[in-house]
Design a protein around this ligand. Structure first.
Ligand code: UDP
Ligand code: MG
Length: 308
């Protein structure tokens, strides 16, 4: 029963300052489990010495997947998933914000509770306010979109069963948010509380625009709500245009021609109606575009240069 292999997947983008420390802490933890394991380091197009450091200090349990350019954290994790062999796959950030010491607990919770996904909640989150506030909004939004009550979607310290990872890999989506995607392929999901630390060294690899892209990906790949919004907006506008027109006609009969300002108001009513129908039409087009968008998502999410 205890023979299941563990894969640890870590995306790396310009993390030269933390990698040695990461191996120093992660490898003893993995050894202490006394079972088969592998560590997949995905070099997400780093331009610093990350790759050399990984080759030098990784040891024989470390597999390095080198991507051709920077595809983003989630695409990098996918590259790791696809090249992993473990029965349980753990994802982790390279910057040591998620302590590797929590991995054994993550795995034991998964095995004892027969869970398919074990997420984690950051007990005391050590990030700037600018990083925390958007996260809070996104957490609430993701709960609504996916309908799964998890409290911390951003924390990447998570464990997945092989079956869930296989489904994710076979779904061929190139812009996606892994913790949310995983929930659609798992039935038993739980969360545990974990420590959170300051980034060990270096800067956050998420610029403001990268953060926006990530969250836009999250919303657009799990719901078509933004498109529906257009449709609703158009409908409401056209409807209020008609309502306004009726009101004007009644008021005109009641108060006489002078009240209606020589038909200026009527013009507004007509305008409202047309603007509304235009939005509506745009919304319908958007629906179709959305469907096409879903179809074309099958483009490869990353390209690997070499595996060490
Ligand atoms: N990362 C990556 N590609 C990117 C951005 C980030 O592989 O384009 C990795 C990064 O090396 C780290 C993890 O994703 O291992 C989380 O990034 P970071 O710590 O900068 O994000 P934050 O903690 O600020 O959310
Ligand atoms: Mg970090």
């Amino acid at each position: 029963m205890k023979a299941e292999k563990i894969s640890v997947v870590i995306p790396v983008f310009n993390e030269e300052a933390v990698l040695e420390k990461l191996f120093e802490r992660l490898i003893p933890v993995m050894e202490s489990l006394h079972r088969d394991y592998e560590i997949l380091m995905v070099d997400d197009g780093s331009t610093d010495r990350s790759l050399e450091i990984m080759k030098e200090h990784g040891g024989d349990r470390v597999i390095i997947v080198e991507l051709t350019k920077n595809y983003g954290q989630h695409a990098a994790i996918f590259a790791g998933f696809e090249n992993s062999e473990g029965d349980i796959i753990v994802t982790l950030d390279a910057d040591l914000q998620n302590p590797p010491e929590e991995i054994p607990r993550l795995i034991s919770v998964m095995e004892e509770g027969d869970y398919e996904v074990v997420g984690s909640v950051r007990k005391a989150r050590k990030d700037s306010v600018f990083r925390k506030i958007p996260s809070r909004v996104i957490n609430a939004l993701t709960r609504r979109i996916t309908g799964v009550i998890l409290s911390d979607w951003g924390c990447m310290l998570r464990a997945y069963r092989r079956s869930v990872v296989d489904y994710m890999v076979s779904s061929h989506e190139h812009s996606t948010f892994i913790p949310a995607l995983a929930t659609s392929f798992a039935k038993r999901i739980t969360e545990i509380e974990v420590e959170h630390e300051q980034r060990y060294a270096g800067q956050t690899k998420y610029s403001f625009s990268k953060l926006i892209t990530l969250h836009f990906d999250l919303i657009t790949s799990f719901s078509e709500f933004p498109l529906k919004l257009l449709l609703y907006l158009g409908f409401i506008m056209a409807f209020s245009g008609v309502g306004f027109g009726i009101f004007l006609a009644v008021a005109r009969l009641y108060f006489g021609a002078a009240w209606a300002a020589q038909g200026v108001f009527t013009l507004f009513a007509i305008l409202f109606f047309f603007v509304g129908t235009q939005f509506f039409a745009l919304g319908i087009m958007g629906e179709y575009v959305g469907r096409i968008y879903r179809e074309v998502k099958s483009r490869p999410p990353y390209t690997i240069r070499r595996i060490y």
